[in-house]
Design a protein around this ligand. Structure first.
Ligand SMILES: *[C@@H]1O[C@H](CO)[C@@H](O)[C@H](O)[C@H]1NC(C)=O
Ligand SMILES: *[C@@H]1O[C@H](CO)[C@@H](O)[C@H](O)[C@H]1NC(C)=O
Ligand SMILES: *[C@@H]1O[C@H](CO)[C@@H](O)[C@H](O)[C@H]1NC(C)=O
Ligand SMILES: *[C@@H]1O[C@H](CO)[C@@H](O)[C@H](O)[C@H]1NC(C)=O
Ligand SMILES: *[C@@H]1O[C@H](CO)[C@@H](O)[C@H](O)[C@H]1NC(C)=O
Ligand SMILES: CC(=O)N[C@H]1CO[C@H](CO)[C@@H](O)[C@@H]1O
Ligand SMILES: [Cu+2]
Length: 575
């Protein structure tokens, strides 16, 4: 991977020297002043409406528009794809949808994008964009949502502007989110086959919160617009004309003219602004931090040693508070923390990042991507506001009953390389996405999955529909070449004697990640054991909809560049 990073650097250098097209002049981000733009509030859309004070289901439209967006005071406007109720109000990230427990939200996602993509894409990976596509294929997945397959945003259920062209598994225009799952943080984003990495880079993502006042209000956590903030973090590089830079030359150009194994940007963007600042009072704040990077991991900590308390992880509250001084967030993971600025020794605190990229063995961060957001801390004179507290417990879930496990599966991760030892593609269980589903859990069941990472990278595995608990992570004892060779030949963990190899050091699952998750970082050279539950986790009840219909669900690596080529497999739920 060191070599791969070197190649990327060479390519970047080539563009800096002007050897490639003149429009490829990159912004030197260390020349951009940090902490000059205020942290924006994204527009809010309620997922319900009140009639006589009673919440009722709501239907509305959200469009995808091509428009200009200012990522920094000193950067020219950037052409982006933005979600919004109109082109004028569309933002990057898109509006935050606030849904209410038990009240249905219906969204008609509409594509208003003109035909030519603003970013380079690759026709040689499995993709919705073919020679006969006239328009930009998009489809929206609500990440962390428990809903029927027809509303899941299957990668092949894409559609172009005015629904003119539709993918092979397209079924309907309006998606239904029943919101009868545990309260928590979700996010919506594009999921079109082979285009997810570029459509997200262009801006197609936003937050979605499910609130359950009956359960959450008594917790007394910081609340209201000012003290409960969603932070969507991602990294981007820019050209001097303001456009988003993504290399148009692949790492194996003869095989894949454009695809690269990981996108990393130099500038860290929070709620659509590069290194913003936020003035806070000396009191508690809640931050729901969504990592919407294609491939960058973040290890967040405060420059002044300020600690914080974990409240939730991904889409579910954890059971008890966990206080920490740093947290590692993988692509698409969500961390939900409470920070008490009254404990800060200084009047400024910088939220910083020191995760190497690619994680865990790549380059160290530099000045630019090592900083995220600056908090300017002012006194809090209004003692009335000091009502928020941290309870001893958040939510209690029905016990995960391992004796009811009905099925054990092995999921192996493979990376394939070309003659020049550069990655060409990645597969789960050595199978392309198109191969018939091999993972077909029963509705209401609990399964054990052993995820065997045979690559050198940390892959955040995301399962649609089901939530899981990480039970343990065990290193494969070295040498395990024989095991790897055997797996590469027959992909059969039992016949290759995984038990003989999965006996190395165990990595402790961090306390705040022992709860219900929908993404987890699969360490290279380790076997990660997870228990996946295919029912509601807060009630243990069976789904209120038919989860067995077409086109089914998927599970995949959430490094978007991997997901697109083609670290994704169908997940077919059966009765
Ligand atoms: C970017 O700017 C910084 C600060 O001016 C300078 O030290 C650095 O060499 C520049 N980097 C490149 C690649 O030009
Ligand atoms: C699509 O068009 C390109 C350029 O015209 C051509 O090289 C390629 O073979 C075409 N692909 C298919 C599947 O027809
Ligand atoms: C964000 O997610 C990406 C991809 O899963 C991951 O590589 C990166 O470390 C994450 N960053 C943070 C801050 O969590
Ligand atoms: C956080 O605490 C751990 C354990 O005390 C320590 O090893 C680590 O360096 C600390 N991290 C930061 C960013 O201060
Ligand atoms: C949850 O439901 C499953 C399947 O019906 C059952 O096996 C398990 O015992 C239940 N667990 C609890 C804690 O009720
Ligand atoms: C860290 C580690 O053990 N990585 C291994 C993961 O698996 C690949 C393929 O088997 C090995 O080459 C790595 O050394
Ligand atoms: Cu991956």
């Amino acid at each position: 991977m060191g070599k791969r990073t070197l190649l990327l650097k060479l390519l970047t250098l080539v563009s800096l020297l002007g050897c490639s097209s003149a429009s490829d002049h990159l912004v030197n981000v260390s020349k951009l002043e940090m902490f000059v733009d205020e942290l924006p509030h994204m527009p809010r859309i309620l997922g319900y409406h009140l009639s006589d004070g009673v919440p009722r289901s709501k239907s509305f439209k959200i469009g995808m528009f091509k428009k200009k967006w200012k990522f920094h005071k000193d950067l020219p406007p950037t052409t982006v794809y933005a979600f919004g109720t109109s082109k004028h109000t569309a933002t990057v990230p898109g509006p935050t949808i606030e849904a209410l427990y038990g009240v249905d939200t219906h969204v008609r996602w509409q594509n208003h994008l003109p035909p030519k993509h603003i970013l380079p894409w690759d026709p040689t990976i499995p993709t919705a964009m073919t020679n006969s596509t006239r328009g930009i294929p998009t489809v929206v997945h609500l990440h962390g949502g428990i809903h029927a397959p027809e509303s899941d945003g299957n990668a092949n259920a894409w559609f172009t502007s005015k629904f003119n062209q539709r993918g092979p598994t397209w079924t309907k225009k309006t998606y239904h989110y029943p919101n009868n799952q545990q309260p928590g943080n979700l996010w919506y984003h594009d999921h079109a086959m082979g285009l997810t990495r570029v459509n997200l880079l262009a801006g197609l993502l936003g937050a979605y919160i499910i609130r359950h006042p009956e359960i959450e209000d008594p917790l007394g956590l910081p609340s209201g617009d000012e003290f409960d903030r969603t932070l969507i973090v991602f990294d981007r590089s820019f050209r001097t004309d303001g456009s988003i830079f993504m290399s148009s030359i692949g790492n194996n150009p003869k095989i894949h003219p454009q695809w690269q194994p990981e996108y990393f940007g130099d500038a860290i963007i929070v709620n659509g602004k590069a290194w913003p600042r936020l003035t806070v009072r000396r009191r508690k704040y809640r931050f729901r931090i969504i990592n919407a990077s294609n491939a960058r991991f973040f290890r967040f900590f405060f420059s002044n040693g300020l600690r914080f308390t974990h409240v939730a992880s991904d889409s579910a509250y954890i059971e008890k508070p966990v206080t920490a001084n740093e947290t590692l967030v993988g692509p698409s993971e969500i961390t939900d923390i409470v920070v008490d600025f009254s404990r800060s020794k200084s009047d400024v605190a910088i939220l910083a990042n020191d995760a190497k990229y690619p994680y865990p063995s790549g380059d160290p961060v530099n000045e630019a991507n090592g900083k995220v957001i600056k908090f300017i801390i002012i006194p809090d004179h209004d003692q009335q506001l000091h009502t928020s507290r941290l309870p001893k417990r958040f939510l209690e879930y029905p016990l995960l009953d391992l004796s009811s496990v009905t099925h054990t599966r092995y999921v192996a991760m493979y990376e394939y390389a070309s003659d020049i030892d550069e990655p060409t593609h990645l597969y789960l269980n050595a199978k392309p996405y198109e191969a018939p589903a091999t993972e077909n859990p029963k509705v209401g069941s609990t399964e054990l999955w052993y995820v065997i990472n045979l690559t050198e990278d940390n892959h955040p595995l995301h399962i649609h529909l089901g939530l899981f608990k990480v039970l343990d992570q065990t290193e494969l004892v070295k040498p395990h070449d024989e095991f790897t060779e055997c797996m590469t030949k027959i992909n059969d963990a039992v016949k290759c004697h995984v038990d003989k190899y999965a006996r190395g050091k165990k990595i402790e699952v961090p306390a705040h990640e022992k709860g219900w998750k929908n993404v987890f970082k699969m360490m290279p050279g380790h076997v990660t054991k997870v228990a996946v539950r295919f029912s509601y986790i807060h009630t243990n009840a069976s789904y209120a909809f038919d989860a067995t219909t077409e086109p089914g669900y998927v599970y995949h690596c959430h490094v978007l560049d991997h997901e697109d080529n083609a670290m994704m497999r169908p997940l077919k739920i059966i009765k």
